[in-house]
Ligand binder design. Sequence first.
Ligand code: ADP
Ligand code: MG
Length: 402
Amino acid sequence: MKAGPADPVSPTKARPMVLLQIHEPGAPPLPHAGDRPPAVGIDLGTTNSVVAVSRDGKPEVLRGQTGMALVPSVVAYPPDSGPLVGLAARAVLLDRPEWVVSSVKRLMGRGAGDLKTLAGALPYELDAAPGPGGGMVRLKVGERRLSPVEVSADILRALKALAETKLGGAVERAVITVPAYFDDAARAATKDAAKLAGLDVLRLVNEPTAAALAYGLDKGSEGIYAVYDLGGGTFDVSILRMAKGVFQVLATGGDSALGGDDFDHALAESFLAERHARTGANTLTTGEAKLALATARIAKECLSGADDGEWLLDAGVQPTAHRMTRRGFEDLIRPLVERTARICREVRDDADLKPADVQGVVLVGGSTRVPLVRRAGAQVFGREPLADIDPDEVVAVGAALQ
Ligand code: ADP
Ligand code: MG
């Protein structure tokens, strides 16, 4: 990987050349500040990432060719080509899972000493030998050994390229969001990834703060707000205090192993149990398990809008069809949703707050589209949640505004 063109002026050698360029007749004029392309806001998520821009104070989410703003935070490293990012990488996952890296955000800033707790919880192998960079965890991807920073940089490069295509110019500056609980090492790793991708980080902003900014809570009345964020693999809740336009994080909590993926698992298991009862086939290939999960994810997302539906599990010699109602699905995931509510109450207690102290709640993350989750978020804080902005885009919107 080549180093990014971060700083072309080396203090010893290049300075006279710069002067020379300025005085050279016919040289292109140096850009002045007003001509600089806009900075972008990036939500670098565990499951999905989003890039947005703010022009004249109006945020705009940048979408790819298919109209999708979400870029899956997945990178494939085929041995004979450059990395593939997003949907293209997710497509490789079915055939060659060993080339594909996902959920790399969980490894940001983690040392080799964290290997024991991490290994097994991740869908890829980690390298036990300490890397040259001083003990940072590294991933085994085919023959390659990659640091989480390098993989993150590949995701950021893809987002930068998307923004450059949409904005028609070079994009070199970004505000990037990170979870409120990220420690210094994880924040430094995020900055390193940006630098490697050729992005100058103007600021790292906490994800819940970005969500609150997207709703303009910094302009409204002073008070205390909760941000309930249920994504693909993680749950985070934060309590923010807004005073004089500045947010302070009062308390955070969550579960780094609880998210929409668990809803997929619960539904897939129900489909597979039904399939077993009907066909007698109780062995399951890895391919069938993956297909069951993919089908469950589609069914789950449908059931956020529809009351019921039927899905075909087209696996093995005998495809089976499975009906599910929203009620039935809610029964499957209720214990998981109740866990999020319990964590919310604990965090509120940690911050020494009474239920009535929390003035509003913001819903973030794709999984808050599930009606049961939305109701739980509302109920636990006793407030009608703010959810007008697309929950997968709200963090990027806030980053762009910042
Ligand atoms: P992250 O913050 O972890 O990157 P996201 O906020 O993008 O993740 O959330 C991804 C999760 O949201 C996935 O589990 C996905 O299935 C889920 N999701 C997206 N749309 C819906 C929907 N309409 N109904 C239910 N879940 C959804
Ligand atoms: Mg997120």
